[in-house]
Design a protein around this ligand. Structure first.
Ligand SMILES: Cc1cc2nc3c(=O)[nH]c(=O)nc-3n(C[C@H](O)[C@H](O)[C@H](O)COP(=O)(O)OP(=O)(O)OC[C@H]3O[C@@H](n4cnc5c(N)ncnc54)[C@H](O)[C@@H]3O)c2cc1C
Length: 359
């Protein structure tokens, strides 16, 4: 829809399964070049500044050629992916086209787009809605998008702070539990993103004032050397999934079909996995199979969104806000036991890497 690729960082975690797909698509080396390979995943308790669990991705080095999570900004990755799509025999990217509506004729689809030079109509065998959480394709299909909106908002402050100096022992990615204000630290090349819980009763305009952003940083890290705030984002988080990912010749992928809590970094990754699954089905249809296999796409990916991504990310979120003393102790023990036992750590990291089928 936009005339240019988005310039916001948005997602920043690429899991091993996605990197394996990028390898097949010939883009992995270039994307890796733009990111940090993070080979530790840490969980901390905020108040006592205590490291609870430190998972070492070395545990899955026999399972994947990419035993780490790559921290690379989404808008950098899209700048590698777009030319790769355009370099294929059939790949064309038309920027500046906003879908208005479409008609499924049973044998093909026609769609109308608004462009700078007026309305254009295009025809294709199928339409794939990869048009985000407010998907025009999904709305046109009039299908349910049930789920919940979390009460908390996520407040993200991007800066040039050196978090490893401020929280000794901290890895480049840390989830820091606290019943009042959990924190997530995500280091990327050129920027560190510190994400804070913002409760529903906090006023947005007040919270976003620079002095208050800096106070939040100091409340957590203590005294900090001078630093530059590079970006801020405040967003609401939803957990929703559509009733189906397919209606006739229309299909949904990514955020148009499912939204989830970003803790765990699975939203963008699972959208890419949808696209890979669907492309494989399209190739089989092209080679003569019935297009009923598109129902398999819908069932497989919907099931994964509900039974895997949503369960995992919701659990991650619950861990971050857990308040009852007993529950917190149980959580800490379970994570610490898992991190310290190579077999359990392997299973945990395969799950966190969206490679659970290899457990
Ligand atoms: C701050 C933040 C941090 C995140 N961190 C992570 C993370 O670490 N890991 C992770 O996996 N996920 C993360 N996510 C989620 C991730 O960004 C999304 O899951 C991902 O961008 C979804 O990709 P998508 O292509 O489905 O939708 P989008 O990225 O929303 O893209 C949709 C595209 O469709 C276009 N469009 C919309 N309407 C129309 C229309 N009518 N016609 C034509 N085009 C249209 C839009 O312009 C846009 O280009 C994060 C999200 C946010 C906001």
């Amino acid at each position: 829809m936009d005339a240019e690729l988005n310039t916001q960082i948005r997602a920043s975690t690429f899991h091993p399964k996605t990197l394996e797909m990028f390898k097949e698509w010939g883009v992995v080396d270039e994307i890796i070049q733009h990111g940090y390979k993070v080979d530790q995943l840490q969980y901390w308790e905020r108040a006592p500044r205590r490291l609870i669990a430190d998972f070492d991705y070395g545990c899955i080095s026999d399972d994947t050629p990419y035993p780490y999570r790559l921290q690379c900004p989404q808008h950098i990755a899209t700048r590698v992916l777009k030319p790769a799509v355009e370099a294929t025999a059939t790949g064309k990217v038309h920027m500046g086209h906003r879908l208005i509506d479409f008609t499924d004729h049973g044998t093909h689809v026609t769609a109308r787009f608004e462009t700078a030079s007026g309305i254009v109509e295009r025809e294709g065998s199928y339409i794939v809605g990869a048009d985000g959480a407010h998907s025009a394709v999904r709305k046109h299909l009039n299908i349910g998008f049930k789920g919940k909106t979390y009460e908390d908002r996520f407040l993200l402050i991007g800066s040039d702070l050196k978090t490893e100096d401020l929280l000794p022992g901290a890895a480049q990615v840390c989830y820091i539990f606290d019943p009042k204000e959990w924190v997530i630290i995500l280091n990327l090349p050129d920027i560190v993103r510190v994400v804070f819980r913002m409760t529903d009763d906090e006023n947005e305009a007040t919270a976003m004032q620079e002095g208050n952003l800096r106070r939040r940083i100091s409340n957590f890290f203590g005294e900090v050397p001078p630093y530059i705030i590079k970006t801020t984002q405040l967003y609401r988080v939803h957990q929703r999934v559509t009733d189906t990912f397919r209606v006739g010749r229309a299909l949904l992928v990514g955020d148009s079909a499912h939204n989830n809590n970003p803790s765990g970094g699975m939203g963008m990754n699972s959208g890419i996995h949808d696209a890979a699954n669907l492309t494989e089905k399209f190739v089989r249809i092209w080679n003569g199979e019935s297009d009923s296999i598109l129902d398999d796409y819908s069932n497989e990916r919907r099931q994964y969104a509900v039974e895997s991504v949503q369960l995992y990310t919701d659990q991650q979120y619950n861990n971050m806000v857990m308040s009852a003393e007993e529950e917190r102790e149980r959580r800490n023990k379970s994570l610490s036991d898992a991190a310290n036992d190579p077999a359990k750590a392997r299973a945990y990291l395969l799950r966190a890497s969206m490679l659970e089928e290899r457990i």
